[in-house]
Design a binder for this molecule. Sequence first.
Ligand SMILES: *Cc1c(COP(=O)(O)O)cnc(C)c1O
Length: 386
Amino acid sequence: MKDNKSDRFATRAVHQGRGYAGSTGAVMPPVFLTSTFASGNPDGFDYTRSGNPNFRLLEQSAASLEGARHATCFASGVSAITAVISTLKSGDLVLAEENIYGCTYRLLDRVFGKFGIRVHYCDLSRVENWAQIGRRRPALVWIESPTNPLLKIVDVAGISAQAAGEGIPVVVDNTFASAWLQRPIDLGATLSLSSTTKYVNGHSDCLGGFVATNDPAWHERMVFAQKALGLQPSPFDAWLTTRGQRTLPLRMERHCANALALAAWLEQRKGVRRVRYPFLPSHPQHELARRQMKAGSGMVALELDCAAETALAFCRRLRLFTLAESLGGVESLICHPASMTHASVPPEVRRQVGIGDGLLRLSVGIEDVEDLRQDLDSQLREVLGV
Ligand SMILES: *Cc1c(COP(=O)(O)O)cnc(C)c1O
């Protein structure tokens, strides 16, 4: 392996995660499709549930890009979340940002709730709520930034400093940003968690997740959870993710440039009530976003001036944006939260948290931005008549 700590991000993205080629000279690693390893091998592998060369390559490259000493890979983002929460015990409290990912909420509520883990939700984008960390003394603080679907920005450095003063660990779900835009460990978080299904792999062809940390005790807990709970990925998915990660900087640059251009155009477009994008001056936390992130990421939220059925019809008529959940792939996707991701939330609660009937979430891909703009423009004209 040709890794050098002084190499910059894009260089490490390409050169980390190589190895185990043996005497073949293969430039890229093989896939180790094996469940077990002969006892006493020099690399110390025994059984794939607790380790495999493809996991090790992904873990080394993920740790390098996150600026962390350790990373542990899992079968999905939800597996990574399960690994972290499984370290708690009955009676422990999680203090969570109120706008966290829906499956994290469901896991805490419907699964870990049964085992006595309690959760208190509050708006951690409001500095006055940070005092709850000292007052409630949670076992874990759980934040996410930007959040889904409204792209709220949460101050990772500020909250991490507050929690560190109380000796309380902070987990950041970094899925919407990726290490290219924001490095939670550098900002003081204890754990940086990602669903690699999204930007890190970036090709919508496999699921995965990882947890990165500088803390050896947390690393040991993650390694234990990987094998004891059976949360490991398949070697092939780990290989795909390692491959996808090599182009993370290139893809993110294009995602961010395309999203910024579309968001700025949509903000001026008739028929669009409002646009949310972290790197537009109209975003309520624009300054914090500029401080915390290198660019605004590929997600754009917009509210059309129309009823839910019309908004959904608009999505279905688009040619290049596919109506689908998920995000972070090379292809553009569109999602209508009121009828998809947040359909189970009662309409009055949806309105209260800002998820209107006309709200749409774009995952802007890496296509030519002019084609994407024309696609949106022509259906605004066709479906909304504007
Ligand atoms: C998708 C997602 C997850 C879950 O990841 P999976 O790989 O789908 O299990 C967790 N957090 C965020 C913010 C996500 O977008």
